[in-house]
Design a protein around this ligand. Sequence first.
Ligand SMILES: [Ca+2]
Ligand SMILES: [Ca+2]
Length: 571
Amino acid sequence: MNTTIRRSALLAACLTALAATGSASAAAIKFNQLGFLPASQKLAVVTDADAHAETFAVVDAASGKTVLEGRLGAPEKWDASGETVRLADFSKLNTPGNYRLRVAGQPDSAPFPIAADAYRALDAAAIKAYYYQRAGIAIEPRYAGAYARALGHPDTQVLVHASAASSARPAGTVISSPKGWYDAGDYNKYIVNSGISTYTLLAAYEHFPKFFDGLALNIPESGDGLPDILNEALWNIEWMATMQDPNDGGVYHKLTNKQFDAFVMPDKATSPRYVVQKSTAAALDFAAVMAVASRVLAPFDKQEPGRSARYLAQAEKAWAWAVAHPDVVYQQPADIGTGDYGDKKLDDEFSWAATELLIATGKDAYRARAFDNVPARGDAPGWADVRQLGWISLAQQDKVDAGGARQQIIASADRLLAKWKASPYRISMKAAEFNWGSNSVILNQAMMLVQAYRLTQRAEYLEAAQSALDYVMGRNGPGRSFVTGIGSPSPMHPHHRPSEADGVAAPVPGWLVGGPNPGQQDIKGCSAPYPSKLPAMSYLDNMCSYASGEIAINWNAPLVYVTAAVQNLVK
Ligand SMILES: [Ca+2]
Ligand SMILES: [Ca+2]
């Protein structure tokens, strides 16, 4: 997340929090705790292997009988974790069953399945997480079990902050802006971060529609004729639609309290809510997402006639505002202390919005900015770097020339592939990339690798993407799952207000935590120590740790995408 977000109010809460549970030493054999699809690549990392152990075995979990033997890879030091590790590759084993890994000098690994439905629970949970995060609706027991809660933040009476005042809507004007998802561990709603999150869910549906048509989430809209993933995306899109000032087309940057709430349930957090400053980034991310929504939802227009056209009209109006106000960078007002999602480099937002509008309308007016040929700043998208999102959209349609986008995607994927091959853990992320939200970095990299695979059918791209999923599910420094409620150990104390305040011991399920982050920006507010300063080991399972243990809508989105992609593409 944004490193300028500060949660200093947590100090008192952290001092009384239960001790961190991250002290148990990691298992010596690390792999995806969900197991593997029969046809997928299957890798495990073995640490501290007996100096004389050159081989590993896969044994049947029940009988202990050896079903496959193989040679361990050469020992390699991973600078990110300080470990010397060897790889066990048992990809040849594709018979469904339950197995353990055996290496001389080590305890046998935990059991794991090879099964066609190995990721089914994660597929659903990673999207269902958004339902639990909805603002403006009671979360009901029949959909949420123990995680049911009262309605929070109706947001039907939101004040226009002075920074957002206009002649048509002076400061203090009351507007209605309900629905949407809470952004992260806090209860606020931000257009910029909503943009990439919502896009990624829409792209998941657009790329794998049959899969999601059959994935019921047990949400209030299940059975209404719209695929549940689109219902979930719509909950946020309908909120986003209210964030545009209909008088001029400008889009408010965020809807928040003045300061972060305490760690209470949503219905107990009742501070006044404000829409704050219109910004160019918000207008462009809004324009892009509404254009995509118009495209993806068009086949479902009979459910709500005119919806698709309305979203496209809103997108074009936001674009026009951004063109007339091309450099309105968000400036946090003095009386506002919530996240800022500030971004000073807006060429990528212009490119993404123009791309989506070009695809949606075919109008030449969008062509120049869509094909501005400015390279991306990195090889994976993020909330402040969205150029790749336009490439992803371009690459899979044939209405406008997508050749350049396809080349860019493959060039990015090749750089990621080179890192993956050179990594002792076989992951595409280097030590220097373990920043805030590192788990989303590797999954967004995987999303690009998936695009390259979809364009070329070259197996290595898909294997490298699969490795990102393996990474967040266990083949990582601490040897743990980074998704709440899935695998063991998994996060028990995410920086997430409902998880802390609901009185349920287990956290709200399906959420990816930010992951190892040697920046440790929260260390002054944490009484529990981080287990390590090493990049891949710097993770603290304690609610005080917003720098390694927060959850966020933009981090779960590539988890949804990559899990579905691996499920659908591994054949
Ligand atoms: Ca539905
Ligand atoms: Ca940007």
